[in-house]
Ligand binder design. Structure first.
Ligand code: SF4
Ligand code: MSK
Length: 635
């Protein structure tokens, strides 16, 4: 351990985020280790990285040879294609489960609001409620809001429970895309059914045909994108308001030394919404002042942070790979977490710096953390307690506080509705509509750049270089999650970042007053990108299916199973989707070829891989150009 502590690292190799680098240096000087050092110490297992091992039964675990993948089979005879496809299927299942369980929690809150059993939340956006209901065929004309809301709840519950048939949001899918899904038998039923089936089929000795397994991967992932994730986004908008562009700040400089600082990190917006109420409660503010603080300062991190940044302009302290670093400031009086992407190491890190660390969700306790359970029926009980404990910690701050002085302002909050409105009312309206700008070539195409940060690559660097390259080539970029925060820190969410764009995109940005990079919110808000794509086809009439569009997606620094589910639902929806860091296949295998070529030939999108951002941009731009040519809009 002594050896480890003494080891010198060049933290500039770990990250391009100045605040994070500064705090990594501080943590190292304080003798505290982070995920960056652990990743440097623990090389990734090459067999696992290639998905060439199976531990689905006790005859194994079996390891195949990734250099010569067909030279061996597992004890049961499973081939590399079966093994890699089953491993992939289980990543899709877990990612889909995470998003759909999040969506289900939002739907639980909605049900209790509709039934009048929750008083702390209400329907904030009635217009959104009506438009979502109408989009799935619920009668809205002349009806009371609560009547519509009850019908909407019942319909959306099918997104999870429906044992047969098609989930409700399938009504939003362009006709030809849906025909492709029906032809290949991948239209999703309820997520519970799809996840159950994929877990069954990937059990030892069940589905051992990689093509058939991939079909169920698509079906399950679509139950995420057009199901659980879409429900999470739409219900959150109905309950907490649909985002509209607003100016907001990102980075650790938004911590305030003379304030009680509270960070909420995780994914579900209900915890955050109640925390906003608690930090504004006059009694609690008075308590903070009695303790000598100038006030209470609330910040977000990761996806729930990205969501409230977009919806309310709450400042954001940093993305996934900054969650340990921010604690090293010593300024965080409390961190409250709910679900997903919470590093277990945060507990020990918090102990080192005296930060009060709270888990709040019964699904996600962490050994050593204090659990203050959050209940939707009495949400303030939990959030008030967190605030009170944060005030206590402020009174007795144990050590030196060092806050990196970086604050990056930008415009966030581009819901698909607002993108529609901003670009002309509909995608084919009379005022600079997106489709017209694509057809006239000012905008070459649209890229979704999303996803995590990962200590196996230099934090933020791949995101930022890729996006710069895309906008330089007139590709409009839409973003979610930790990627959005990377670009916000790089200053690309400001309208004047249009100077970095190609002439055509810059002209559109200047005319509309928008940045060339549009932040849409959290990971579940990737569903906004799906809806925007569907409307480009259905409303705007560009091509006949999503696969015809000059669009592409990327998750350049992905790390989570959720990312694989997101990638697979974009691919199954018709989008070319490129991942960086690593990809869990072996290039020479049939399974790899199916994901990277075969799916496209079947009418879906396809996967791509490149670790280098410039190569990634080139692949995406080539694809966009190929689609432009097919649409007859080259030049
Ligand atoms: Fe090995 Fe087959 Fe068991 Fe997997 S299912 S561990 S390949 S014997
Ligand atoms: S939080 S899934 S690290 S984007 Fe959604 Fe960020 Fe990836 Fe978690």
């Amino acid at each position: 351990a002594e050896e480890k502590k003494k080891k010198e690292y060049n933290f500039r190799e770990f990250s391009t985020c100045e605040a994070t680098i500064q705090m990594l240096q501080k943590a190292a000087a304080d003798g505290v280790e982070t995920a960056f050092q652990r990743a440097a110490e623990m090389k990734a297992c090459p067999i696992g990285a290639d998905s060439a091992c199976c531990k689905h039964c006790a005859m194994g675990p079996c390891r195949l040879n990734s250099k010569d993948p067909y030279s061996k089979v597992g004890v049961c005879g499973a081939t590399i294609d079966t093994i890699a496809a089953r491993n992939f299927a289980r990543m899709v299942a877990s990612g889909c489960a995470a998003h759909t369980d999040h969506g289900m929690s939002m739907l639980d809150v909605f049900r209790e609001v509709v039934n009048g059993r929750i008083a702390d939340y209400k329907i904030k956006d009635e217009e959104k409620l009506r438009s979502v209901a109408a989009s799935i065929g619920i009668e809205v004309e002349g009806r009371e809001t609560m009547e519509i809301a009850k019908d909407l709840y019942e319909e959306l519950e099918r997104t999870y429970t429906q044992v047969d048939g098609e989930i409700p949001f399938v009504s939003r899918v362009p006709k030809k895309t849906l025909e492709t899904w029906r032809k290949h038998g991948v239209v999703p039923r309820g997520a519970m059914r799809e996840i159950m089936e994929i877990m069954h089929r990937s059990h030892m000795g069940v589905d051992q045909d990689y093509e058939n397994i991939v079909k169920q991967c698509s079906r399950t992932a679509l139950a995420d994108g057009w199901g659980g994730s879409m429900v999470a986004t739409e219900i959150s908008d109905i309950l907490f308001g649909t985002p509209k562009p607003l100016v907001a700040g990102v980075n650790m400089g938004f911590l305030k030394e003379d304030h009680v600082n509270i960070i909420v990190h995780g994914h579900e917006p209900n915890l955050f919404e109640s925390m906003i109420d608690s930090v504004n409660d006059p009694e609690l503010v008075a308590k903070a002042k009695e303790a000598g603080a100038a006030g209470i300062n609330l910040l977000g991190m990761c996806c729930s942070g990205a969501e409230v940044l977009s919806r309310h302009g709450v400042p954001h302290a940093g993305n996934f790979m900054s969650t340990e670093a921010v604690i090293a400031t010593g300024a965080v009086d409390a961190m409250a977490v709910d679900v997903q992407c919470i590093k277990q190491a945060l507990v020990q890190m918090s102990e080192c710096y005296g930060t009060k660390f709270f888990t709040t969700n019964p699904r996600a306790k962490i050994e050593g953390a204090q659990h203050v359970e959050f209940h939707e029926h009495e949400p303030r009980k939990c959030t008030n307690k967190v605030v009170e404990m944060a005030i206590e910690r402020f009174k007795n701050r144990p050590g030196r506080v060092v806050i990196p002085q970086r604050r990056d302002m930008g415009v966030h909050g581009f819901s698909h509705e607002y993108i529609n409105y901003m670009l002309g009312g509909t995608f084919r309206g009379s005022y600079t509509p997106l489709n017209d700008n694509i057809i006239n070539g000012r905008i070459r195409g649209v890229a979704g750049v999303v996803g995590c940060t990962n200590p196996r690559v230099k934090q933020d660097w791949v995101h930022v270089e890729l996006v710069k390259e895309l906008i330089k080539n007139n590709v409009l970029v839409v973003q979610t999650g930790c990627s959005q925060i990377a670009l916000a820190k790089a200053g690309l969410m400001k309208p004047d970042a249009a100077v970095l764009a190609g002439d055509g995109l810059a002209e559109v940005c200047e005319t509309v007053g928008m940045p060339p990079v549009l932040g849409c919110g959290s990971c579940v808000d990737n569903s906004r990108i799906l809806i925007a794509c569907a409307e480009m086809v259905r409303v705007g009439g560009l091509g006949e299916s999503i696969a015809d569009l000059p669009v592409a997606g990327a998750a350049p620094e992905w790390m989570s199973e959720k990312a694989i589910s997101i990638g697979q639902y974009f691919v199954a929806s018709g989008v070319f989707t490129v991942f960086g860091v690593t990809f869990p296949t072996i290039k020479e295998t049939k399974f790899h070829k199916l994901l990277f070529e075969g799916l496209e030939q079947m009418g879906f999108g396809k996967w791509g891989f490149a670790a280098d951002p410039y190569e990634m941009a080139r692949m995406m731009i080539d694809h966009i150009d190929k689609k432009r040519e097919a649409l007859g809009i080259m030049g």
